[in-house]
Ligand binder design. Sequence first.
Ligand code: NAD
Length: 370
Amino acid sequence: MAANKKLLVLPGDGIGPEVMRETRRVIEWMDRRRMVSFDISEDLVGGAALEAHGTPITDATMQAAKDADAILFGSVGGPQWDKLGFDLRPEIAILRLRKELDLFANLRPAIVLDPLVDASTLKPEVVRGLDLMIVRESTGGVYFGTPRGIETLADGSKRGFDTESYTTAEIERVARVGFELARKRGNRVTSVEKANVMQSGLFWRQTVTALAAREYPDVAVAHMYADNCAMQLVRNPRQFDVIVTSNIFGDLLSDLASMLTGSLGMLPSATLGAVQPSGKRHALYEPIHGSAPDIAGKGIANPLAQMLSFAMLLRTSFDMEEDATLIETAVTRVLASGLRTGDIAAPGTTPVGTEAMGAALLAELDRMAA
Ligand code: NAD
């Protein structure tokens, strides 16, 4: 039996607990069948923690997050908490986790599974087989840079301003995440900025170029302006393997890339911290969708993005490539059999709810392991 891996499970609000319930069944299956053992604790977060403890995330949960090898997160938020002050909003939980664990690299894969190739708004021949990864710097750049503000000028008019700023260390640590990932995939990195019009973009390009030459001579590196990257993602997305970019460009490009797949209920993500001297790295895995209050409690949410987040956790935090692939293959096979939750429904497919989708996935895992 491999050493216990400490997992903190935070289902959150809305459909979070529904899709996490099905994912817990997959984790239990892994525990039973694959000779790995997870030491799992589960806790409240977001609106659920607010109701129970008066705060979106307690200090005890934060400590559990710091102690965990990986965090599997659901989603937080809902209309009942929308009118609360900023510090009490359920979303503060995720901001606090990102800040205190210093989760600076956001990984968003955009993968088109064959059975869902028609879900994309792009032509099947453009997106079939798409498998790209966007690595977005997520704790720096213009969203956090200072000075920032809205000021009144001498003539009484106003000016709003923000600052885009990146240090060598900030660029290198996120670029390293991209290069390391590329080595396990197609060995190609595209670094994206606006070196033509921004000093911080020029510095980004110089820093990535120097890092690539020094530490990753085996990885093919290309540089692209962010506006061209947006065009290329729609024109020919399969040209990319790993894209590494800043906070603001990554925000836009990763949303664009996720829509190439056409299915919000299918997409996982990860946010990683630095590798510590002990070898441990804080990491949080979550679906990109939110708490979907419009369908919460109806038993119809798609649990696959949450399950694929768990697969990503196995691969990224624990190097369990084979087990991650097993889950991903089971997902593809279940979809190929024609089962669909409402969000990915298509003519000629069989509609199922959350629980039935979970049961079908477990049955497929059983078949594959037999
Ligand atoms: P959303 O992703 O929750 O929902 C958008 C649409 O997609 C809805 O129609 C929803 O029903 C559908 N959808 C989403 N996930 C689905 C799934 N797994 N299966 C089937 N359908 C699915 O985005 P929103 O409506 O903008 O936000 C709702 C709440 O979630 C807000 O409070 C928002 O702040 C929060 N949110 C949280 C996170 C997070 O926890 N990281 C991320 C995004 C939004």
